[in-house]
Write a protein that binds this ligand. Sequence first.
Ligand code: CP
Length: 292
Amino acid sequence: MKNLLSMKDLTVEEIMSILKQAQLFREGASSQLKQDYTMANLFFEPSTRTKMSFEMAERKLHLNVLPFDAGFSSTLKGETLYDTVKTLESIGVDALVIRHEQNDFFNDLIGKVKPVIINGGDGTGNHPTQSLLDLLTIQQEFGTFKNKVISIVGDIAHSRVARSNADAFSRLGAKVNFVCPPNCNAEFEATYNIDEVIESSDVMMMLRVQHERHDGKSNFSKAEYHQQYGLTVEREKRMKENAIIMHPAPMNRDVEIASEIVECERSRIFKQMENGVFVRMAVIEMILKGRE
Ligand code: CP
């Protein structure tokens, strides 16, 4: 693996190897990198979890991390992403994490720039490290993906998390259900009725309603959305005994998930965030080792 742009870049064997290494990092393993590397995290869309956990992962791997603030960069003077990356290449950066609002932003870079590119989220396209941390969380819970029923619920049309996970879950043998409002999906076979899946799912993966990508148009009030598509307190009680709740976050509390159940016994939402650090360590190490 030279770059990580999409889950489709990874074979099942590579996915399993990243999960294994992430678990070892979680249990205290140290970095095996032999050289001194410098990274930068270029976030052109807002982020708390992905940006901070990549930075934590880089520090735990003892890498040099150059700070980059898109809001004070020369992109505001019209510099292109390509010229920004070439500039960082010239300065001596080895690897970049990039989040950008443009789907497939990396097509302008791959094969033309030297730094490794790790996709931290491209528009509505891909979010591969979120998918990997979701996989690690599910593996820790059930030990396998085979025949597990995973229901992805919510604003699927705008979700790079849904797109990355749909591919990975299916390849690993899970059964994936999609549940969404009628105007929130044009890609997957879906049901509009969350109650059809609530009692049979091993994982209820709730997605954020991405208000910022809806052009201010919505067919629902927040309360109506919660009642019709949300994980309510009442629905949580009907989940299978060992079923878990996941959400990539940030969350709209009391919209896609009731605030009272965000930290309930079956919620793994904050464990997903913990796993994000270790999965990102494993991805960075695997890619940089390939260069040694
Ligand atoms: N899950 C996720 O990508 O969160 P951030 O947008 O805060 O990075």
